[in-house]
Design a protein around this ligand. Structure first.
Ligand code: DSN
Length: 417
């Protein structure tokens, strides 16, 4: 199967077909450094664009509200069993349409409106579904945030403990969207136990690393573990919630009928396929290369004089603090210039940022997608040099054009299927 097959779409809808073709070209010809994105395999892509989208299957395997679910039961059971094997969890619910849904089902399973959640501040690398004021979490629950230390830019576990003792949360939430360091899940559980809280770990970003033993797993220590399936895990866009056996029934009922109706069976089929891929030994090699590439990219940027928040990375992503090397360049400008050079990044708040979220002083960079394309340390050095050149020359049009030319050359050497 080709990377993008649009022959049928073109017959009925040329306007949409052309957008597919342009997007295929864009993905082929750009270096994708958004830490939460990846390129799925042709097998995952085929499962997603399949006849499983035709079927309603409200309920769970063996307990459906519609007839004709025999193959839906088969595929969902496979996804569940593979998820359990991959992560070593007691129970997995693979129906969440997204990471936010995966998280919301947990909140509804253990919290009442007004209860307190202790979670990472969005501006320090957290996520909107972890308590942003205008998210359902911020609207329904009392949110207290921990952040990173202003000295180390890493979690200060003594401060987390102090906040937990002071605010007595019912739920302590770990996990992040922009935290480049190892998370000590066991220590968070120790604090949760001390104050009588439930520990929920959202491993959306690091799921592939956790599944392959390259980041400590929260599964043995946290009551709930949620994830998306499309980041380092390299599956379809979607979510999953895992929990200890005691919570399984409650969790399932909060997912359906609590917050969702019919599950997206084509996406669940693609999750099953992605989990089968992730159980293969080569998936661990892939995750190891993600880490090596992140180290190489980080070192390349540092040797070009670019400051990295917390001084480095332990995982697949890094946060560039533009202020020391490029005080007049915002994350927004950097993202725009780099995109013109076919390098795709996202502007990102850095901890204690003075700039607004629409401008920012930071850029978040990650290596899952370029590692999928087969790039290695040598290419990371080049990419670091190109990023540095674009920033240092303040988005000069000639430098951007030369970089775009070089990027196109590199993309041709590492084609997408
Ligand atoms: N929006 C995702 C990210 O980019 O990290 C998190 O859900």
């Amino acid at each position: 199967m080709s990377f993008v097959a649009v022959d049928e779409i073109r017959k009925v809808d040329p306007e949409v077909a052309v957008l597919f073709e342009r997007e295929a070209d864009r993905q082929r010809n750009t270096i994708e450094l958004i830490a939460s994105e990846n390129h799925v395999s042709p097998a995952v892509l085929q499962a997603m664009g399949s006849i499983f989208t035709n079927k309603y299957a409200e309920g769970y395997p063996g307990k459906r509200y519609y007839g004709g679910c025999v193959n839906m039961d088969g595929v969902e059971s496979l996804a569940i069993e593979r998820a359990k094997k991959l992560f070593g969890c007691d129970h997995a619910n693979v129906q969440a349409h997204s990471g936010s849904q995966a998280n919301t089902a947990v909140y509804l399973a253990v919290l009442n409106p007004g209860d307190t959640i202790l979670s990472l501040d969005l501006s320090h690398g957290g996520h909107l579904s972890h308590g942003m004021k205008i998210n359902i979490t911020g609207l329904l629950y009392h949110i207290v945030h921990y952040g990173v230390s202003p000295k180390t830019f890493q979690f200060d576990m003594a401060e987390v403990r102090r906040l937990a003792i002071e605010h007595k949360p019912k739920l302590i939430l770990t996990g992040a969207s922009a935290y480049p360091r190892t998370i000590d899940f066991a220590k968070f559980t120790e604090i949760a136990k001390e104050v009588g809280a439930v520990h929920m770990a959202d491993i959306a970003h690091i799921a592939g690393l956790v599944a392959t033993g390259l980041h400590p797993s929260p599964i043995p220590v946290a009551e709930f573990v949620t994830t998306t399936t499309h980041k380092t895990l390299r599956g379809p866009r979607g979510g999953m919630t895992m929990c200890k056996a005691d919570f399984a029934k409650k969790l399932d009922s909060r997912m359906f009928p609590g917050i969702q109706g019919g599950p997206l069976m084509h996406v669940i089929a693609a999750k099953a396929v992605a989990f089968a891929e992730a159980l293969k030994p080569e998936f661990k090699t892939y995750q190891q290369q993600i880490l090596k590439n992140a180290q190489a990219l980080c070192e390349g940027l540092k040797s070009a004089g670019i400051h990295i928040v917390s001084g480095g990375t332990d995982n697949h992503l890094m946060l560039v603090d533009l202020r020391p090397s490029h005080p007049n360049v915002t994350g927004k400008a950097a993202e725009t210039w780099l995109e013109a050079a076919n390098i795709i990044t996202n502007k990102n708040m850095i901890p204690f940022d003075e700039r607004k979220p629409v401008e920012t002083s930071g850029l978040r960079l990650g290596t899952p997608a370029i590692t999928t394309r087969g790039m290695k340390e040598k290419e990371m050095k080049l990419i670091a040099q190109w990023i540095s050149a674009v920033l240092t020359n303040n988005g000069d049009a000639n430098v951007i054009e030369k970089t775009r030319h070089d990027v196109l050359g590199l993309c041709k050497q590492f084609p997408l299927p």
